[in-house]
Design a protein around this ligand. Structure first.
Ligand code: DLL
Length: 431
């Protein structure tokens, strides 16, 4: 079992001492081996010797996704090519992909971090984990796969898609755990119900991440499948899945601070925010060999708590992600996150959780239309359908502080995703 007390339950002083030593080593390595960081530090007038521990973190430069793109493909690598044993890449929505590399040691640490999350979820070496994240350049499939094997569980490399086959294999092999995006698990849960397979499957746990989702959606999935569902966070630039995950108390995600130093900053002023306050998560890798990153701006919005968790872990916890600062839509001056719409729709009877937000600009005014899938019976009764629409319109107005057009559509109209869900179509022209 990878319940690693030595790493997950150390005192704050012990953790700080470990982080200080690892940060100093990392800063020296990047200064020596990565021209980009050497130049950035020289421009700021800092030498590696100026960094004595984590209290000196604010002196270091930030790194952004654009820095990785500008040094495409491998310009930020800190080891010679011969030391690299794996490459992944994240496609993103614009521009070139970002390429990330791993040394043998990086892969070992990655496996251990994923295995730690799986252990938190309850998975043991007696379980079979159906890995339904995409395999390939995306880190989800291989990340979960190697973590499950490292734990000694059976990894079933289904990859994403082909829902019917997913259910058949789940039934035939008796898979007890599944790893996939929450939106895909919701889709899978509906299909399991439709094919009347709920009492044929042995699923007990799910490990979901790679996109923002709500606590209500977690509870909904748990209810539909009668399983324990957990959150796993990560990003390719920093490692992949396994940077953080939530325990049985679901009170924030434990972040593996012995490998990744978290900071929360105000994305506008770039100043740190107080414990418990919402801001952008910034991560510094302190054990990565192939691609160490200093103060990487994740754009993910969360808050941090250093209070000890009921589960006994002393690792800091980050709150469930609200979304990304670049997911945030500004509609008629109001900041809107898809997660707010998801949370509001969870309250409504008669619809499922699939929705689509379409933003248009009509006569210079931004208009938000939200498509929701209403149950079939509503379409046979106009009054009932109108009342449903009225109710949702009111709830969304309250939740977002913005008038919204609600369009009811028949079940299965909205395209299902096999990976990360696409919740927003923004048709506005940006000049
Ligand atoms: O999504 C890695 C991953 C795979 C995580 C499988 C969890 C499970 P990227 O494709 O680089 O890597 O996308 C990273 O996805 O910055 C967040 O915006 C989002 N994200 C990942 N996990 C969560 C989560 C993988 N649990 C980006 N909650 C990140 C909310 C998440 N957002």
């Amino acid at each position: 079992m990878i319940w690693n007390e030595a790493k997950e339950c150390m005192s704050r002083d012990e953790m700080t001492a470990l982080q200080n030593a690892r940060l100093v080593k990392t800063v020296n390595r990047v200064y020596r081996n990565v021209e980009f960081y050497r130049k950035k530090m020289q421009n700021l007038g800092i030498e590696p010797g100026d960094i004595k521990g984590i209290e000196d973190l604010p002196k270091l430069p930030y790194t952004t996704k654009d820095d990785l793109r500008d040094n495409y493909p491998c310009g930020l690598f800190a080891v010679p090519e011969t030391e690299v044993v794996r490459i992944h890449a994240s496609s993103g929505t614009t521009g070139k992909p970002t390429v990330v590399g791993y040394s043998k040691r990086d892969i070992e640490i990655w496996q251990e971090c994923v295995a730690r999350v799986l252990t938190m979820v309850g998975v043991t070496r007696y379980d079979k984990v159906q890995v339904s994240y995409g395999y390939g350049l995306f880190t989800g499939g291989l990340g979960l796969h190697y973590g499950a094997e490292y734990l000694g569980a059976v990894a079933v490399p289904m990859s994403s898609g082909n829902t019917r086959k997913q259910i058949t294999m789940m039934e035939d092999l008796g898979c007890t755990a599944i790893a996939c995006t929450p939106s895909y698990l919701l889709h899978l849960a509906e299909a399991i119900k439709e094919y009347d397979k709920l009492d044929k499957i042995k699923l007990k746990y799910a490990v979901c991440g790679a996109e923002a989702w709500t606590e209500n959606m977690r509870l909904q999935i748990e209810k539909m499948l009668n399983i324990n569902c957990h959150d796993i966070y990560g990003l390719s630039e920093i490692m992949g899945p396994g940077v953080a995950g939530d325990c049985q108390y679901h009170n924030g995600l434990h972040i593996y601070e012995d490998h990744f130093l978290p900071e929360i900053i105000d994305p506008n002023t770039l100043k740190p925010v107080a414990e418990g306050e919402q801001g952008e998560l910034v991560l510094t890798t302190i054990t990565k060999e192939a691609l160490p990153l200093l103060r990487y701006r994740t754009k993910d919005l969360t808050s941090i708590s250093y209070k000890k968790c009921e589960c006994g872990r002393t690792l800091a916890r980050i709150s469930r992600f609200k979304g990304r600062s670049d997911d945030m839509l500004i509609i008629r001056g109001v900041n809107v996150f898809p997660s707010q719409v998801e949370a509001a729709l969870m309250e409504v009877e008669g619809i499922n959780q699939h929705f689509l937000m379409i933003v248009d600009r009509v006569n210079n005014l931004d208009v938000l239309e939200v498509w929701v899938e209403a149950e079939e019976e509503y379409f046979a009764d106009e009054a009932k359908l109108n009342s449903l629409v009225k109710n949702i319109t009111h709830l969304l107005k309250q939740a977002l502080g913005l008038a919204v057009n609600v369009k009811p559509v028949k079940p299965k109209t909205i395209e299902r995703s096999e990976g990360k869900a696409k919740r927003v179509i923004d048709n506005r022209q940006y000049i």
